[in-house]
Design a protein around this ligand. Structure first.
Ligand code: FAD
Length: 457
């Protein structure tokens, strides 16, 4: 057995873990980063980046297919799955190389292998023990399924769906959350017959209901079928396909079933509980400063209850590194984290929905305003519909910004600044938005809430 000593040992090299390692090294700490697969984790290799590459390929397919509508002569001949794979893998490989270089340049020791938490605190990898003054747990998440629903054959998770080398003709997607909706969008653009099955009453059910309804309308127009408010009952599969049955007796035949019912925390069998870390339903329990129940053991990313997003992981990783260094960073609040679903159309939000705001402040104390993208010149040029919805406290700050429409994900940053700085619409009104941009729609909503609408009633 060999003992190694570092200021900080990070278990898991995904978004949360590597961000913590990079920031701690920048602050002069010696850092070991234990990773059993590839630094970059789910987001880089199986999540954000490859799916967004697919969505971009899907957008290009739609643009080529519809080119004649704007007077451009183009021929759409079809999708080349091998070409799309090469494009996607090329992007991931480039980002991975860059990240490896960055980690190396900061002097971080990457320890390949499967780690296990031990008292001390320390992380054991085979016969080696890595002791840290502090240890950060960042082991991420895995694709969950439902009880009795076994993954395999024609029943896929998002990891398998990414690896498919064919374009199926029909797919059923179980789950209308972010991952389900993004795959539905890609496959539809690739010509696939898609049905989404969601037990709750709406797609993207965590979003403001106005966004869910707008997305549902847009998906209907694109020919994406949804079964909402009915629970999945079971699935059978043959070598040729699957038959999915719902509790109301409806059945759907398809080539594949994609199970996209959420992600579970990867915490089992890693020594956490044995070392005294409190776990609740698989998640690591922390206080708001991300301390676990064991002194000098911290947790970041998808294993901490809340939004499972890469940029939340980054921010939590940076936070813990700075906290350890005694810099007293600002607590990472989930309500200030922007969320984007990169489908066609996109859905983006930050802060409270109108319903949450009414619950928190009382319905009479909340004002919501919706601006339709039909009034926005740039959106008209791009051929996208959608809405901008802003929620404020009456005579008070903006507390929620909610957007639907192509490319609106890029606009959420302004919403985030407004919500984060607790800006009043009257404070924002003097800031001019460039014309013609989609950001003007957000400007119009703020102007309207400040009592001086320009291109709106
Ligand atoms: C299909 C899909 C699309 C997504 N798209 C987006 C998006 O567009 N935007 C967004 O913000 N988020 C997106 N996400 C979510 C995002 O990927 C996660 O929130 C993020 O990766 C979480 O980071 P993490 O560090 O907590 O965990 P992970 O990225 O899962 O990293 C955990 C790492 O720990 C390693 N590990 C686990 N156990 C051990 C062990 N015992 N020893 C050593 N190493 C170990 C793993 O190999 C892994 O590399 C998507 C996820 C999926 C699945």
């Amino acid at each position: 057995m060999t003992d190694h000593t570092f200021d900080l040992v990070v278990l898991g090299g995904g978004s949360g873990g590597y961000a913590a390692a990079l920031r701690a090294a920048e602050l002069g700490k010696s850092v070991a980063l234990v990773e059993k697969d590839k630094v970059g984790g789910t987001c880089l290799h199986r999540g954000c980046i490859p799916t967004k590459a697919l969505l971009h390929a899907a957008e290009v397919a739609d643009t080529a297919r519809d080119a004649a509508t704007i007077g451009i002569r183009a021929t759409f001949e079809g999708i080349d799955p091998a070409g799309v794979r090469a494009y996607r893998e090329g992007i991931v490989a480039k980002k991975f190389k860059g990240l490896e270089g960055l980690v190396k340049s900061r002097g971080i020791t990457v320890v390949p292998g499967e780690g296990r938490l031990e008292a001390g605190p320390a992380v054991r990898v085979g016969d080696d023990v890595y002791r840290g003054t502090d240890v950060i747990l960042a082991t991420g998440s895995y694709s969950r399924t439902l009880p009795g629903l076994e993954i395999g054959g024609r029943i896929l998770t998002s990891e398998h769906a990414l690896e498919l080398d064919e374009i199926p003709s029909r797919v059923v997607i179980l789950g209308g959350g972010v991952i389900g909706v993004e795959f539905a969008s890609v496959w539809r653009s690739f010509g696939v017959d898609v049905t989404i099955v969601e037990a709750l009453d709406h797609l993207v059910p965590n979003e403001d209901v106005a966004l869910s309804k707008a997305l549902e309308r847009a998906f209907r127009r694109r020919g994406i079928a949804s079964s909402l408010g009915v629970r999945f009952q079971g699935v059978t599969q043959t070598p040729e396909g699957v038959t999915v049955t719902l509790e109301d007796g409806k059945t759907f035949e398809a080539d594949y079933l994609l199970v996209a019912v959420g992600r579970g925390p990867a915490t089992a069998g890693l020594g956490y509980e044995e070392a005294g870390v409190t776990i609740d339903r698989g998640f690591v329990v922390t206080d708001e400063r991300l301390r676990t129940s064991v002194p000098h053991v911290w947790a970041v990313g998808d294993i901490v209850p809340g939004l499972q997003l890469a940029h939340r992981g980054f921010q939590q990783g940076i936070f813990v590194a700075e906290e350890i260094a005694g810099l007293s960073p600002v607590v990472v609040s989930d309500t200030q984290i922007p969320k984007v679903t990169y489908s066609h159309p996109e859905v983006a939000s930050v802060g409270l929905t109108e319903a949450q705001a009414s619950e928190a402040h009382g319905a009479d104390a909340v004002v919501a305003y919706e601006y339709n993208l039909a009034g926005n010149g740039k959106s008209e040029i791009l051929g996208t519909g959608g809405i901008v919805k802003v929620v404020r406290v009456k005579e008070g700050p903006v507390i929620g910004v909610h957007l639907v429409g192509d490319r609106v994900g890029e606009l959420i940053t302004e919403g985030q600044l407004a919500v984060g700085w607790e800006a009043h619409p009257e404070d924002i009104a003097p800031f001019v938005h460039a014309h013609p941009t989609q950001s003007e729609a957000l400007g119009e909503a703020f102007l309207a809430l400040a009592g001086k609408p320009l291109h709106a009633l």
